[in-house]
Write a protein that binds this ligand. Structure first.
Ligand code: PRP
Length: 194
């Protein structure tokens, strides 16, 4: 198997999808460390508050599951299903919400967890929708912030990394529903999406 990126000594498992990756942007270890630091900060900020951490399906599911295990204050979790990309590389700009929250967030502190802020149209939609449910507070946490592509004025309250305008996959992020299971974040080879 071609393992062009596997000169990274920390990636112990060879994934078939490794061959589609041009270069690794963040290793599993770098992600673990950044998520642990973010979890500490969130834990301090929300101590004593009624916190509900919301995972935006599907891209943030890996980040979310690691993050909540680094949040030491009491919290509840919930999931919201929103998608805008379909099988394209560009956002359609039309958000399809296919799962609403199960919990009542009225008067609770809500932290929305995303894998990436790109145009921010998804987040903008979610903010407006969730504000209508009258939470005590609403903050945004993202793993990656791709500011170069922003079309709506939304900024993250918590984030791990700023990223350049490149097509990144892995650690929950997909192209055409593939690559989510990679334990690192990599830049996809152009021939895979062109
Ligand atoms: C991706 C990502 C964010 C959104 C960001 O979701 O997970 O939710 O796009 O893009 P935006 O800032 O331009 O709105 P996608 O619609 O691909 O669904 P998925 O999470 O199920 O992959």
């Amino acid at each position: 198997m071609e393992t062009g990126v596997l000169d990274n000594p920390t990636n112990h498992i060879c994934f078939e999808a490794d061959a589609s990756i041009k270069s690794i942007l963040y290793t599993k270890e770098e992600l673990d460390s950044a998520v642990a630091n973010l979890g500490k900060k969130i834990s301090n900020d929300y101590k004593g508050k009624e916190l509900i951490v919301v995972c935006v399906l599907k891209g943030s599911v890996i980040f979310f599951s690691d993050l909540i295990r680094n949040i030491s204050c009491d919290c509840k979790i919930d999931f919201i299903g929103a998608s805008s990309y379909g099988c394209e590389t560009q956002s359609s700009g039309i958000i399809r919400m296919y799962k609403d929250l199960d919990l009542d967030i009225k008067d609770k502190h809500v932290l929305i967890v995303e894998d990436i802020l790109d145009t921010a149209k998804t987040m903008d939609y979610l903010i407006h929708m969730l504000k209508g449910k009258k939470p005590a507070g609403l903050k945004i946490c993202t793993l990656l912030d791709k500011k170069a592509r922003r079309e709506v004025d939304v900024s993250a309250d918590y984030k791990c990394f700023d990223v350049a305008n490149e097509f990144v996959v892995g650690y929950g992020l997909d192209f055409n529903e593939e690559y989510r299971n990679l334990p690192y974040i990599g830049i996809l080879k152009e021939e895979k999406y062109n």
